[in-house]
Design a protein around this ligand. Structure first.
Ligand SMILES: CCCCCCC/C=C/C(=O)SCCNC(=O)CCNC(=O)[C@H](O)C(C)(C)COP(=O)(O)OP(=O)(O)OC[C@H]1O[C@@H](n2cnc3c(N)ncnc32)[C@H](O)[C@@H]1OP(=O)(O)O
Ligand SMILES: Cc1cc2nc3c(=O)[nH]c(=O)nc-3n(C[C@H](O)[C@H](O)[C@H](O)COP(=O)(O)OP(=O)(O)OC[C@H]3O[C@@H](n4cnc5c(N)ncnc54)[C@H](O)[C@@H]3O)c2cc1C
Length: 670
């Protein structure tokens, strides 16, 4: 073994200590052995060239160079996918999470193609008729056209009904006229729109026969396919530097009476006939929001994966890093031996598991609802909307906080871009805002919860994710505290029920004292967000526990044990985080809380020897991690030093600015 691939001795020791079969856990997280093997095969093919396609790390480049480099790498990766990977996976897997994740080996920031596959293609699949799909989909999948998803405007992101771009039907020419009547109606933020896309999905207010029918989706060509020049009537560009996403060319877009053919309206859920008659498929009023629901569902998995990356980096680094002295003269401990460090990191491992298993469960729910909707049944859509909204909100928000915690856990070196932790943070913190802001989405869930509460109150049996509300009306008093997993979950459900109940009471009291319903709701929104968070927390706890029980039925004993320890850590952690709520809504005593604290600390000790094994089980290749601190071999200090050599500032021993500015300053008199 050369010193280059020699594994750091501390990390090697950790791996010797690990007492469970790592692959078995990987299979569980991937959804089965087949899926792991398929993923590995894809990674082998896609990363065959090592994916090291950057001579200079992208963070040293100027804005223009970064963008060009991102396009270059996107094209390399797309060609690999088109020519090699799709042969293994089939075209239907284009845009699958595995391909998205493999792509991370090529970018520290974001590919300008992300929105093409992430939203433009899904909007064609979800919002177009079969005939329209036949026209657009093959070209989009083959990258003959490159798209973006332009919904948000300068003036409105959250309130879609308030969008101002208009699409007015002209029956004379059988065209829609797209127009941006104000500055605030300019499209703003769409990824890939600024410089890359030649087409995009545009969300606009549809007018026909003198009447507005609300927002609808249109496929719009914005640039010439040969010259890439913006077409006449189209004003498009890049919105400027951002906290992250700097290679995603987020753009602006305005229209000046720009015409598109009638058939460019995405017509699966509503049509405009040649004569301008508007025909709505009357199944559900919000089906045009479908692409957002799809992306919210996928973002739960994104939150898990990015958190898994961050904690892999932080745990491996914590095994390598030694700091301080426990007793005078004793060897410096690995920082992973500090219980406070374990407290920072083990919850991140458990959360990545909780989100991954919840994401798979949510995906299955999503596909089941889609299947029902194909048969014309939209009854399950409100529950899916409520679930995907709150799970997107909480998973992205928790992942953001925990990725930052992983960075803190790496001390100063975590602040280096080469650790990759700042990139991960900048990416995930955006997911808390985009595709529906945290607060806004929790308020959507709250609407559903209040309705469910009213149904349960009137004795109706409610859907499974809120079934605890039926129990709320049949039990008296506080929930009896019980320290078993099922007991903790029941108490969390009681907390949610209690909080929803308080919201309903507040709304009703406010209405009784003279407020109208809108004001009563508005004044209660702080509580409503809190109640929706509690509900979502109970869904995650419940799903995580159920899935672990189900998935480890046939596991080896040691895998069962370690995965149980993690899920217990998660339940205990949240019980301790929410002692105020538990005291209010259950019979928990101070003594019970002391026991919980002890149980938590014991779990840290039990998990400690398996910590490195647990992050190895995420099975994230070094090329994808892209971190000086987190590589499998633990050569942290060597990598930091190697990275220094790539710094263009170190190319010359004396910087030209010395002669230009510093020396004259040093020579000048006061
Ligand atoms: C790996 C992939 C990477 C992808 C990268 C993505 C990059 C980023 C892209 C973007 O950000 S694209 C833009 C995303 N924008 C948003 O998410 C906007 C958020 N806002 C909304 O979703 C909506 O405006 C709103 C907040 C839900 C409100 O909509 P509206 O005012 O029309 O509805 P309400 O009056 O509040 O509710 C009426 C009724 O409709 C139900 N409902 C709302 N949305 C949906 C839905 N999507 N599906 C089903 N039902 C929905 C809502 O619950 C209400 O029901 P009732 O309570 O009346 O029964
Ligand atoms: C990196 C990034 C990429 C993006 N990519 C795209 C894209 O590809 N395509 C696209 O169309 N859009 C995109 N967006 C836009 C994104 O979807 C919006 O920014 C997001 O939906 C939030 O809307 P907003 O910016 O209008 O925030 P606002 O709605 O103005 O929110 C500001 C604050 O007001 C609060 N607020 C707003 N409404 C309410 C309410 N009803 N009740 C209580 N509080 C409220 C929010 O909680 C928030 O705290 C992107 C954004 C980012 C940051």
């Amino acid at each position: 073994m050369t010193s280059k691939n020699k594994i750091n001795e501390d990390l090697a020791n950790e791996r010797r200590k690990c007492n469970f079969n790592i692959e078995e856990v990987t299979y569980i997280l991937d959804g089965g052995k087949e899926k792991t093997l398929q993923r590995k095969k894809i990674e082998d093919v896609a990363l065959n060239g090592g994916a090291s396609v950057d001579d200079i790390p992208e963070e040293y480049l100027s804005a223009r160079e970064r963008y060009e480099n991102a396009i270059r790498k996107s094209c390399i990766y797309t060609n690999i996918v088109k020519n090699e990977v799709l042969e293994i996976t089939g075209i239907e897997n284009y845009g699958s999470p595995v391909l998205r994740r493999t792509g991370d080996a090529f970018f520290k920031d974001i590919s300008p193609f992300m929105l093409h596959l992430g939203m433009f293609v899904p909007s064609i699949i979800g919002q177009c008729t079969a005939e329209q799909q036949a026209t657009w989909l093959p070209r989009a999948l083959d990258m003959k056209i490159i798209g973006a998803y332009a919904q948000t405007e300068l003036g409105h992101g959250t309130f879609i009904r308030g969008l101002e771009t208009t699409a007015t039907y002209d029956p004379e020419t059988e065209e829609f006229v797209l127009h941006s009547p104000t500055i605030t109606s300019y499209k703003w933020w769409a990824g890939g729109l600024g410089r890359t896309a030649n087409h995009c999905t545009v969300v606009a207010q549809l007018y026909t026969q003198g009447k507005c029918h609300g927002t609808h989706l249109f496929i719009v060509q914005i640039r010439d396919l040969e010259t890439h020049m913006p077409l006449p009537g189209v004003k498009v560009g890049e919105i400027g530097p951002r906290m992250g996403f700097n290679t995603a060319d987020n753009g602006f877009l305005g229209f000046n009476n720009y015409r598109i053919p009638r058939m460019n309206m995405m017509m699966k859920n509503a049509q405009v006939l040649k004569d301008g008659t508007y025909v709505k498929a009357a199944r559900h009023g919000k089906l045009t929001y479908g692409t957002m629901v799809f992306v919210r569902v996928t973002l739960v998995g994104e939150a898990s994966f990015n958190l898994a990356k961050a904690v892999t980096i932080a745990v491996r680094y914590s095994a390598v890093r030694r700091q301080s002295e426990l007793r005078p003269g004793s060897i410096e401990p690995q920082i992973l031996d500090y219980p406070t460090q374990q407290h920072k990191l083990f919850i991140c491992i458990a959360t990545a598991h909780a989100f991954q298993l919840t994401a798979s469960w949510l995906w299955n729910t999503f596909t089941a609802v889609q299947a029902e909707m194909k048969k014309g049944n939209v009854d399950t859509l409100p529950e899916l909307h409520a679930l995907s909204s709150c799970l997107k909100a909480l998973s992205t928000s928790d992942a953001t906080a925990y990725i930052e915690q992983c960075r803190f856990a790496c001390g100063g070196h975590g602040y280096m871009l080469s650790s990759n932790l700042p990139f991960l943070y900048a990416f995930v913190v955006a997911t808390r805002t985009y595709e529906g802001d945290y607060t806004v989405l929790l308020l959507q869930t709250a609407r559903f919860l209040v309705k469910a509460w009213e149904q349960a109150e009137s004795g109706k049996v409610v859907t499974p994710t809120v079934a605890y509300l039926n129990r709320h009306f049949t039990t008296n008093g506080k929930m009896i505290w019980d320290n078993s997993p099922e007991g903790i979950i029941r108490v969390f459900q009681s907390v949610a029920a209690g909080k929803i109940s308080l919201c309903v009471r507040s709304i009703r009291n406010r209405i009784t004292s003279g407020m109208d319903h809108e004001d009563a709701w508005l004044m209660t929104t702080v509580q409503l967000v809190n109640a929706a968070e509690a509900h979502c927390r109970s869904v995650i706890l419940h799903t995580y526990w159920n899935e672990i029980v189900r998935l480890t039925k046939h596991s080896s004993d040691n895998v069962k044990t370690v995965l149980n320890q993690l899920v217990m850590l998660y339940l205990t952690y949240w019980a301790l985080e929410r002692t105020g709520d538990l005291l209010r809504y259950s019979t928990i005593s101070e003594n019970d809380i002391d026991l919980l604290q002890r149980q938590y600390e014991e779990l840290l000790v039990k998990i400690r020897p398996n910590a490195v094994g647990l992050v190895d089980a995420f099975d994230i290749r070094d090329e994808i991690l892209q971190s000086t601190l987190g590589s499998y071999d633990g050569r942290v200090y060597e990598r930091l030093m190697e990275e220094v050599q790539k710094n263009p500032l170190n190319k010359e021993p004396v910087d030209p600015s010395f002669h230009k500015y510093l020396k004259p300053l040093m020579k000048s008199k006061i």
